[in-house]
Write a protein that binds this ligand. Structure first.
Ligand code: BES
Ligand code: ZN
Ligand code: ZN
Length: 497
């Protein structure tokens, strides 16, 4: 999708549709929409008075052949109350506009900014919404007639003095949304098309194109590093594991600057292993690599945004399969760190592969860690599919920084407690620790505590994205399937250094 700035007065634009947003309130016909209303002979005011046009969030009003405009259609989208308006709402508005118009086979339209946010934030949010909204998960459909995409969007409504900031926002939004779609593309791949080796190849190709350093550890190097926890998961599959390491180094890093380690779970398919999952819904476990795909997408964005801090992405990739060589409940494994683990449930495999990846990220020099993983079904019980679960180590200032980035980008995240009492749940009977908690409840927290044991004193955050990385149903602004959640927060977090 091409997005350009258009300086022609919007009433004269010959386009398939002119889209803008209105705020809920006593009079939703404000600012530029008031000009349109005058040109249209008061039609919009009339709709507002009758109660048809209110400005409620994502209310859609589509008018054909609007008087006073050269556009074929006028699409007004509700933005809710002005004092609650934010980038997340504008992103949804832009995404919903793209999705509804392409469903009507519109290919080109104009989007009129109608205030509410700074020019930079406005342009960024519109670009992000449009590009993410245009993404479809129809790669494997052969009927290309159904392949509807938006070709181009003209952004209008920025004055000459606002233009430089808006241009900056547009570029940033394009980079971020393209990277989010890169992540979503990976997550959407079925496991027969995306094995750990294929994921590594795709990561390598991305890194080379983006100008990032990349190192792919094969099964031999993984064994040489004694990554026993990762290998224990991989041993049940005929597909060998990989550890993908992608590094961004800034041109001028300060010597005392932090080094951020981004670790992402990439189980390209999770059957549960010998502790096998029920058949019902198992097909969804192709998205068990969403954490890894997110970190690769973040690295791709950082290569273009060039922040001032070094970032190392570490993605352990494996299948979790039952089989003659698979690990069995009760098996004791030695992780790379030397800690011994009693594997009580082979379906709690994400924490095993993260354990070694975190140890390796620290060995590579990471001073601050974030991991993202589709780790537990329990996080869906706690937070449904609304919030990402956030878990932190003792260094709350690091977690607060991430939560601030989540708020700034409008990604919903919620911190859960990590009291020492929960740590007791994973104390091992026959090894140092066990991979599931004894007793009932707190499954997401015990999972987090397991990973924290390997982060040690290094400031660390764990994001449980099991409930939020996949949309079971399409939203007006986003297709069914992978969401790319937490990429924007992480890009923002890294950009604050
Ligand atoms: N990949 C799953 C978690 C998951 C569940 C992701 C639902 C997405 C949707 C993970 O490996 C897993 O199976 N976790 C177990 C942990 C349990 C055995 C302690 C779970 O949540 O049941
Ligand atoms: Zn599992
Ligand atoms: Zn899993």
């Amino acid at each position: 999708m091409q997005i350009t700035f258009e300086t022609k007065p919007y009433p004269t634009l010959e386009t398939e549709a002119l889209v803008t947003y209105i705020f809920e309130g006593d009079d939703p016909i404000q600012a530029r929409v008031a000009d349109i209303d005058r040109a249209a002979g008061g039609l919009l005011k009339k709709l507002a008075t009758s109660g048809e046009l209110t400005g409620k969030t994502l209310e859609f009003t589509l008018l054909h052949a609007p008087a006073g405009l050269k556009a074929e259609r006028l699409l007004l989208i509700g933005a809710g109350k002005r004092d609650q308006f934010n980038v997340a709402t504008l992103r949804k508005i832009a995404g919903a506009a793209a999705r509804s118009l392409k469903a009507k086979s519109v290919k080109n339209f104009a989007f009129l900014a109608n205030g509410g946010l700074s020019p930079e934030d406005t342009a960024q949010a519109i670009a992000e919404g449009l590009i993410a909204g245009d993404f479809e998960t129809d790669k494997y459909k052969t009927d290309k007639k159904a392949d509807k995409r938006i070709d181009s969007v003209a952004m209008v409504g920025f004055s000459d003095s606002e233009k430089p900031a808006a241009e900056k926002g547009l570029t940033r939004g394009q980079i971020i949304a393209d990277s989010q779609n890169f992540t979503r593309d990976l997550v959407n791949e079925p496991s027969n098309k995306l094995t750990p080796r294929v994921l590594a190849e795709k990561a390598e190709a991305m890194a080379k194109e983006a100008g990032l350093a990349v190192d792919i550890l094969d099964e031999k190097r993984i064994a040489d590093l004694k990554m026993g926890a990762l290998l224990s998961v991989a041993q049940g599959s005929v597909e060998p594991p990989r550890v993908i390491v992608v590094t961004y180094t800034p041109a001028k890093a300060k010597s005392d600057a932090p080094v951020i380690g981004l670790v992402g779970k990439a189980v390209t398919f999770d059957t549960g292993g010998i502790s096998i999952k029920p058949a019902d819904g198992m097909e969804k476990m192709k998205y068990d690599m969403a954490g890894g795909a997110t970190m690769l997408g973040v690295m791709r964005a950082l290569a273009a945004l060039k922040p001032n801090v070094k970032v190392i992405g570490v993605v352990p990739a494996t299948e979790n399969m039952p089989g003659g060589k698979a690990q069995k409940p009760g098996d004791i494994q030695t992780a790379m760190s030397g800690k011994t683990i009693e594997v009580l449930n082979t379906d709690a495999e994400g924490r095993l592969i993260l354990a070694d990846a975190i140890t390796y990220a620290k060995q590579l020099g990471a001073t601050h860690l974030v991991d993202a993983a589709t780790l537990t079904g329990a996080i869906v019980v706690a937070l449904a599919n609304i919030n990402v679960g956030v878990f932190g180590s003792a260094d709350q200032s690091w977690t607060d920084k991430l939560l601030a980035s989540a708020r700034a980008t409008g990604e919903k995240m919620w911190q859960l407690p990590m009291d020492d009492e929960y740590r007791e749940f994973i104390k091992g009977s026959f090894a140092d620790i066990q991979n599931i908690g004894t007793g009932k409840g707190g499954g997401s927290i015990t999972g987090a505590w397991f990973i924290r044991e390997f982060a040690g004193d290094t400031p660390w955050i764990h994001l449980d994205i099991a409930g939020t990385a996949w949309n079971d149903d399409a939203k007006p602004w986003l297709a069914k399937g992978p969401t790319g959640v937490s990429l924007r927060t992480l890009v923002h977090l890294v950009s604050t250094f």
